[in-house]
Write a protein that binds this ligand. Structure first.
Ligand code: AMP
Length: 145
């Protein structure tokens, strides 16, 4: 297994519900180091660009409205097998299908149907693109210990 980096977004519902600390604790408990982080309130243009791949999907307008409704916390995670590990931690896209103990099961199941608390990159190419979308290389840190 290789050390990877992945992009996490703590979405507006989870930020508003004060779950940033809870989610960050799960990163630490799973050996995912935070190497960059920022709170940002996306505008429509940014959200549409980030989710451009979904622009023809029926849920696109609802997704954009949700993602710009409040600030989000963008974080770069680093660790062994970070991409797959974080996706397991998140659980299935739709909280009602997420495994018990996953972030979406624990923190998004009782919310609105389309609001699922977190985003995580799905592969190494998308992780690299998504990290670059939010962070310059000098904003990502190499932790020494
Ligand atoms: P993904 O790129 O897989 O994270 O998908 C983008 C986001 O779109 C998901 O995390 C959900 O917030 C939303 N989404 C995906 N599928 C649906 C759906 N069928 N209905 C509503 N929202 C969805």
């Amino acid at each position: 297994m290789a050390v990877e980096r992945t992009l996490s977004i703590i979405k507006p519902d989870a930020v508003a519900n004060k779950f940033i600390g809870e989610i960050y604790s799960r990163f630490a408990a799973n050996d995912l180091r935070i190497v960059a982080a920022r709170m940002v309130h996306l505008n429509k243009e940014q959200a549409e660009k980030f989710y451009a791949i979904h622009k023809n999907r029926p849920f696109f307008a609802m997704l954009i409205e949700y993602m710009i409704s409040d600030p989000v916390m963008v974080t770069v995670l680093e660790g062994e097998d970070a991409i797959a590990k974080y996706r397991t931690l998140m659980g299935a896209t739709m909280p009602e299908f997420a495994a018990p103990g996953s972030i979406r099961y624990d923190l998004a199941r009782d919310g609105r149907a389309n609001e699922n608390a977190v985003h995580g990159s799905d592969a190494s190419e998308t992780a690299a693109e998504e990290i670059k979308f939010f962070f310059k290389s000098e904003e990502i840190f190499d932790l020494k210990r």
